[in-house]
Write a protein that binds this ligand. Structure first.
Ligand SMILES: CC(=O)N[C@H]1[C@@H](OP(=O)(O)OP(=O)(O)OC[C@H]2O[C@@H](n3ccc(=O)[nH]c3=O)[C@H](O)[C@@H]2O)O[C@H](CO)[C@@H](O)[C@@H]1O
Length: 362
């Protein structure tokens, strides 16, 4: 099977695509792939590390307000479609998978127009602009939250879950002592602000530092590459933090996630698929800066069943972090949160998506 794959901008769109490529490779070792992304997106950094043929087109996103920039965007969309058409003509895929982000727009549109069977994957409970636009042309729409079905044509839409959940569900534990210097028998809490990091999460963490130094927990703090130097500098002003390990970005997230006891995070849909696949108790601070506040909707789906504690960004603080950690580890909430998270998991998502792909492939 020849599979065209696209999706990018941020990790939440890229990792489901990579997970699906790995799942297809395991089932069909002769399958070949072409991944189309952009040069500026995180995919340009991540995809080539996975031994996947990678090409780029130029594209930018629509501004919601009327602006001259949108004229340029339409022009780029048309240029991007033209370049994608050429790449598709050369590669001749049997099926195309798009996991969202701006780049998926022209690529999947060009694939559909070229007669390639197309499947778009939506990770969120409320879809992004690109996938909504593409759902008109796609052969199938795969969703990860039942709530998303309301936004897509009924006859095309199928619930599969997020294939990254399948990848993470089988992850081996990392050696946290030798990799990060953590002590055994003390809970490890990961703090992460999505694939690019999030300043409000850093601010609250830095504020909480004095309270967190009681050493009943250890912290693995992932800042996002752009925030790393600043955070390190702020921390060095605030004393010794032997129980806090700071990293800019992790490339082996599945194994590390499989080894932590709780996660403090934004509520990006792919992160939530990972958290539920592994049954990790979580404290979620949804980003309010995303389309139709979809991260809050994602987060509430976990909160409603007792899998997560959710705080609006405007209400979150270092004190809340300390109180939540206390509730999870010292007041025994961890076990019930773990159970509730596991109940939401879709560990066979990659199999489900594979079945849909092969059912429509040429
Ligand atoms: C600001 C924005 O538009 N965010 C969106 C974006 O978020 P974002 O890209 O932050 O997405 P997620 O939190 O869903 O996923 C992040 C992914 O990056 C991985 N990771 C993260 C940090 C790291 O150091 N290493 C690493 O591998 C995580 O394991 C995960 O697989 O896509 C998500 C999925 O469509 C959406 O729900 C989010 O609303």
């Amino acid at each position: 099977m020849k599979v065209l794959v696209t999706g990018g901008g941020t990790g939440g769109h890229i990792y489901p695509a990579l997970a699906m490529i790995n799942a297809i490779r395991a089932k069909d070792p002769s399958a070949s792939f072409l991944y189309i992304g952009t040069e500026n997106g995180l995919e340009n950094d991540i995809v080539p590390k996975h031994d996947i043929p990678f090409s780029t087109i130029e594209i930018s996103g629509f501004k919601r307000k009327l602006s001259f920039e949108n004229v340029r965007t339409v022009w780029r969309f048309l240029q991007g479609t033209r370049r994608a058409k050429r790449l598709i003509r050369d590669f001749r895929p049997d099926v195309a998978l798009g996991t969202g982000g701006y780049v998926a727009g022209p690529v999947m549109y060009a694939a559909a127009k070229a007669g390639v069977p197309t499947i778009i994957h939506e990770q969120n409970s409320i879809p992004g602009l690109t996938n909504k636009f593409l759902s008109r042309y796609a052969t199938k729409v795969a969703i990860s939250f039942q709530e998303a079905a309301d936004y897509f044509p009924n006859d095309k839409t199928v619930f599969t879950g997020n294939p990254r959940a399948s990848e993470v569900a089988h992850a081996q534990k990392a050696n946290m002592a030798s990799t990060f210097g953590f002590r055994e028998n003390l809970p490890i809490v990961m703090i992460v602000g999505g694939s690019r990091g999030a300043k409000p999460i850093h601010d609250a963490f830095l504020e909480a530092l004095p309270q967190l130094s009681d050493k009943h927990c250890q912290y693995l703090y992932i800042t996002g590459s752009v925030h790393y130097d600043k955070v390190k500098e702020s921390m060095s002003d605030r004393g010794d933090h032997a129980h806090i390990v700071v990293r800019p970005f992790l490339h082996d997230m599945p194994n590390v996630l499989a080894s932590v006891d709780a996660v403090v995070s934004r509520a990006g849909a792919t992160t939530l698929a990972e958290i539920t696949a592994l049954g990790i108790p979580s404290i979620l601070i949804p980003s309010p800066y995303v389309t139709k506040n979809h991260q809050e909707m994602n987060a509430r789906a976990l909160e409603n069943v007792g899998a997560a504690i959710v705080h609006k960004e405007s209400e979150w603080s270092g004190d809340k972090l300390e109180a939540d950690i206390e509730a999870i580890f010292r007041k025994g909430k961890a076990a019930e949160m773990k159970k509730a998270a596991t109940a939401l998991a879709v560990p066979d998502a990659a199999d489900k998506l594979y079945d849909v792909m092969t059912s429509i492939a040429k």
